[in-house]
Design a protein around this ligand. Structure first.
Ligand SMILES: Nc1ncnc2c1ncn2[C@@H]1O[C@H](COP(=O)(O)OP(=O)(O)O)[C@@H](O)[C@H]1O
Ligand SMILES: [Mg+2]
Length: 464
């Protein structure tokens, strides 16, 4: 899939922008602070409803305005002219709203899964060097890109966690005489936390198992040495007998063979047993939890320690090794999605300036086959020659196609309005993009919008 055109209104530094894009490589060149990342961030937002730069939406709205609008026309693929018009309205003072082909969606979350992206950015170094939360975010991001309905599971988990924490806090001062009553109330919350948490945890473990062999391979390709890039999963729940880290070379080989055989991702983790273990851990820690007024068990506490060779990556890996590992994780994400039958758009935001010539070339070789690659760079020479494509200059609040570059084909723009109101009757778009009915990614009971160009539900769909 690829983004054929991107329209912005009051998004970040842009009053307005209208950027035609093609499949293949599109490069945005401009001095720092000119709005390159802002552009690709908009594409990322259409795909993930979040940005790799901020946790809050407010900075995405142009300063002094109340609403940002991002609109993208997404094509199913090269030689497949089905397309969808995606729109998201980011509001400062009320809920965001999304539309597909002008039809309002019940929840903005329903936009997830239509456009999939893998974003490489300098912040990726945090996956290797940062806090456990950075690694959890990486893994959850990949989980949600694979199975969009997991965004709902994650939101539910966070809600139950907040409520359970509030309850623990309110109970933490109470006397033991209220014990039975407290126990009964907490039991109800424990069940919910464990059921939803086990679903998130099993999705993480299955994804980690699937992605790590690919990441080890990618690391070997990028880094000049033969060290094994590995990962473990450190849980507050006992995983013994339920899951094993895909750490040894033999393990990686096995996983790869299984994957190549077209089998499902090794053995999916047994979610029922995971739920039991979760409940056992909660029972064990209940006293501590009551004292501290905090939920001490669950995927929100976990870490995914990364290693290179025999050493932990965090605190030991050099700058270059850390970079190679981060790139390898993103490349592996790309490959895993492809294996799932998804063709994501790749965004390489300002990564080439951070890499030496060898790593640049190797990265370029690995991404060149993607349906679409969006590259940003301050210095055009930093972008390897393989990635020649359409080129835009970004500066002075404008995005201009460079004359020397192949000019992307322009087609009739839909009327760009400064506002999208989902409560209005959807008007006829100038060119009626075809809705896809087949190839749906229906996981579970939620009304989910089918992605275009997907080959269907990824193996091991999370509604099993
Ligand atoms: N919400 C906003 N409103 C107005 N300007 C913004 C907003 N967010 C970021 N900017 C401006 O955008 C610029 C950064 O753009 P960015 O895309 O990160 O640059 P680069 O070309 O280096 O990638 C900064 O000058 C910043 O002040
Ligand atoms: Mg930038």
């Amino acid at each position: 899939m690829f983004v054929e055109r991107l329209w912005l209104t009051d998004f970040r530094s842009y009053v307005r922008a209208d950027v035609p894009m093609t499949s293949g490589v599109t490069t945005f060149i401009g001095a720092n602070g000119q709005g390159k990342t802002n552009l690709v961030e908009a594409v990322e937002y259409l795909s993930r409803l979040s940005s790799h730069r901020v946790r809050q939406d407010l900075p995405l709205i142009r300063m002094g305005t109340e609403q940002a609008l991002v609109r993208g026309k997404v094509r199913a693929g090269h030689g497949d002219d089905r397309s969808l018009l995606l729109e998201i309205e980011i509001n400062a003072h009320r809920a965001n709203r999304a539309r597909i082909n002008r039809a309002p969606l019940p929840r903005t979350r329903d936009l997830l899964g239509v456009l999939r992206t893998v974003v490489f950015s300098p912040n990726d170094l945090d996956i290797v060097r940062g806090d456990p939360s950075d690694r959890r975010d990486f893994l959850d991001g990949l989980v949600i890109t694979r199975w969009p309905r997991m965004a709902g599971v994650k939101a539910d988990y966070e809600r139950v966690l907040r409520q359970r924490n509030a309850l623990l806090k309110s109970l933490s001062g109470r006397s033991a005489s209220a014990g039975a009553e407290i126990g009964a109330t907490l039991d109800i919350w424990d069940d919910q936390l464990a059921t939803i948490g086990a679903e998130l945890l099993s999705a993480r473990l299955d994804t980690l198992t699937a992605v790590m062999p690919l990441a080890s391979d990618a690391y070997r390709e990028i880094a000049p040495v033969n060290d094994l890039a590995g990962a473990d999963y450190r849980s507050s729940i006992d995983l013994d007998g339920l899951w094993r880290p895909p750490e040894s070379t033999a393990g990686a080989e096995m996983a790869r063979e299984t994957a190549e055989d077209g089998e499902a991702d090794i053995q999916p983790v047994d979610r029922a047993r995971l739920t039991e273990r979760f409940l056992e851990a909660l029972a064990e820690r209940r006293r501590d939890e009551l004292v501290r007024g905090l939920t001490l068990v669950g995927p929100h506490r976990d870490d995914i320690p990364l290693s290179i060779g025999d050493l932990p990556a965090r605190g030991y890996a050099s700058h270059g090794e850390s970079w190679s590992f981060a790139l390898a994780l993103r490349l592996a994400s790309f490959q895993l999605l492809r294996r799932d039958g998804i063709e994501p758009v790749l965004v390489l935001d300002d990564v080439f300036s951070e890499l030496d010539a060898t790593r640049r070339d190797r990265l370029a070789d690995c991404v060149i086959g993607a349906d679409q690659v969006l590259v940003t760079a301050a210095v055009a020479q930093d972008v390897p020659a393989q990635l020649a494509g359409a080129r835009f200059r970004v500066g002075g609040g404008e995005v201009r196609a460079e004359e020397t570059a192949t000019k992307p084909q322009q087609d009739e723009p839909p009327e760009v309005r400064s506002e999208v109101r989902p409560d209005e009757p959807p008007d006829e778009p100038p060119e009626e993009p075809n809705r896809t009915d087949g190839g749906a990614d229906h996981n579970g009971d939620q009304a989910e919008v089918s992605g275009i160009g997907d080959s269907g539900t990824p193996r091991g769909g999370r509604d099993a």
